[in-house]
Write a protein that binds this ligand. Structure first.
Ligand code: FAD
Length: 464
């Protein structure tokens, strides 16, 4: 089908958030409050922080302040790949922290196991399916990278299965596949909005006071406490945790390390059983392809296909704006690539198209820190792989706020910051040049030009 026809009736909002099961928002803060811990942001970072703070110490008085509705931003509109990796993939982690990658991989797997256990302990139903992820090569030049992944993982005791063309097509039948690697255990598929809403419910049950439609506009010291100003009230808290993602941070210094990057996705109507049988996909893995500009896709529990990625868009000036959530040129491209990958699905229609903002940093994986004499902690910079890693980030923040030295806080990854981005307007120039070079590399069998090689040498880059 012509992409524009397949997209014609697609709603312009995130599929996950556009369902009757969306809960009523909790009332905003009115008046003044005190708390032992105030968490700012109701995405996965903030929700896990509040939840685990109560699990660590049920007597702690915890408040969560969310500017809009819990899960409305990246956390409720993503691909739902809940990965063990804390480092935006093994390759990135190994390049940056060779001495501690084994620990990071182990902590990541433990984190994913803990997510699974917590959801089951609290009865959070978010269609958590630990079906793994298939990374596929669609061009010859991508095949050696698959072999490298398998041997790198093996050296850390992790088994990835290398599939040749026949075996990968026996899993999921696309004529574009040349080979694949299946990580059967390191990734789960979740319904991200139901995960966020479920975590909100758990927080409330554990006694967290959650205030929605309560943007925090100011932050300052007030004696031994920190005071957070909101439109209709203030919170005086002994400790503050920031989980505000790609949004303008309350702590100005974070602006040097974060850029808001827009990522886009489509959702199809449910694929009829007969058509799905033609493709296979019986093991319901998530799939990612191997170009620098990659697609990610997966099945929902009613067998729709979420199809996203490829374009990672930075708007010069680094603003976060509602109108950036829609980008027709990207939707058309994504739809075209979808039908190239699955020609069997010719005629299928998309029901939703949307975008969302991710907090990109130059090392593609989260960074952490404290301010105000360690009374405030932050975790940000997940760069498109935060569904699972945000729980780890939340744990780091709680360790830092409690002044605890743990295996997590001792990590080089936690102790050191990424390279900052230059200020605007140089920032826009550098990012757009890098995006152009990345697209060219994909068109030239992965060959990286002098600019990308220079960035590689400094250990910085741009990704989604
Ligand atoms: C289209 C898309 C697809 C993605 N796919 C995947 C995927 O498949 N797998 C994966 O691992 N990751 C994916 N990601 C990334 C993932 O969604 C994020 O890494 C993760 O959700 C980040 O969570 P967060 O809580 O840090 O940020 P967010 O979810 O952005 O939450 C931040 C919250 O803070 C609130 N806030 C900000 N400032 C204030 C303030 N001053 N006062 C009060 N509240 C405030 C915001 O309203 C928001 O709700 C994707 C992202 C997008 C956009």
């Amino acid at each position: 089908m012509v992409p524009s026809k397949a997209l014609a009736d697609a709603e312009r909002r995130p599929y996950w958030l556009d369902r009757p099961l969306a809960p009523e928002p909790l009332p905003p803060l009115t008046g003044d409050a005190t708390a032992d811990l105030a968490v700012v942001g109701g995405g996965f970072t903030g929700l896990w922080t509040a939840l685990m703070a109560k699990e660590r110490d049920p007597s702690l008085d915890v408040v969560l302040l969310e500017g809009r509705a819990v899960g409305w931003a990246a956390s409720g509109r993503n691909g739902g790949f809940c990965a063990a990796s804390l480092t935006h993939g093994l390759g990135n982690g190994r390049d940056r922290w060779p001495a501690e990658i084994a620990t990071l991989e182990r902590l990541g797997r433990e984190n994913l196991d803990e997510i699974e256990r917590t959801l089951s302990r609290h009865g959070v139903d978010c269609s958590f399916e630990r079906t793994g992820e298939l990374r596929v090569a669609t061009e010859e030049w991508q095949l050696p990278g698959l072999d490298e992944d398998v041997s790198a993982a093996a050296s850390l005791g992790v088994r990835l299965e290398r599939l040749d063309r026949e075996r990968v097509r026996a899993e999921i039948d696309s004529p574009t596949y040349l080979g694949g690697v299946w990580d059967r255990d390191g990734v789960a598929m979740v319904d991200p909005a139901r995960l966020a809403w479920g975590l909100r419910d758990v927080c409330v049950r554990l006694g967290v006071r959650v205030f929605e439609h309560t943007p925090v506009r100011s932050l300052h010291e007030d004696g031994p406490a920190l005071e957070l100003g909101t439109p209709k009230g203030r919170v005086r808290a002994g400790r503050v945790a920031l989980g505000t993602g790609a949004f303008p941070p309350l702590l100005r210094r974070l602006r040097h390390f974060l850029v808001p990057v827009y990522d886009y996705a489509l959702m199809t109507e449910p694929v009829p059983d007969g058509l799905l049988a033609e493709i296979g996909w019986r093991n319901r893995q998530g799939v990612g392809d191997s170009a620098n500009r990659f697609h990610y896709y997966r099945l929902t529990d009613d067998n729709r296909i979420l199809w996203g990625g490829y374009d990672a868009v930075y708007h010069n000036g680094g603003l976060v704006r509602p109108e950036y959530d829609q980008r027709d040129a990207t939707f058309e491209k994504l739809a075209t690539h979808f039908f190239e990958t699955f020609p069997q699905l010719h005629g299928l229609r998309f029901t939703h198209r949307w975008g969302g903002v991710i907090d990109t940093c130059s090392r593609f994986s989260a960074f952490f820190g404290t301010a105000y004499g360690s009374r405030l902690a932050y975790a940000a910079g997940y760069t498109g792989l935060g569904v699972g890693a945000t729980r780890f980030g939340a744990n780091v923040m709680l360790d830092l706020l409690q002044g605890r030295l743990t295996e997590r806080t001792e990590l080089e990854m936690v102790r050191h910051k990424p390279m900052p981005f230059p200020p605007e307007p140089v920032r826009s120039g550098v990012i757009q040049l890098t995006r152009w070079a990345i697209a060219r590399a994909d068109e030239h069998e992965g060959r990286r030009n002098a600019w990308l090689r220079t960035l590689d040498a400094f250990g910085v880059g741009f990704d989604s």
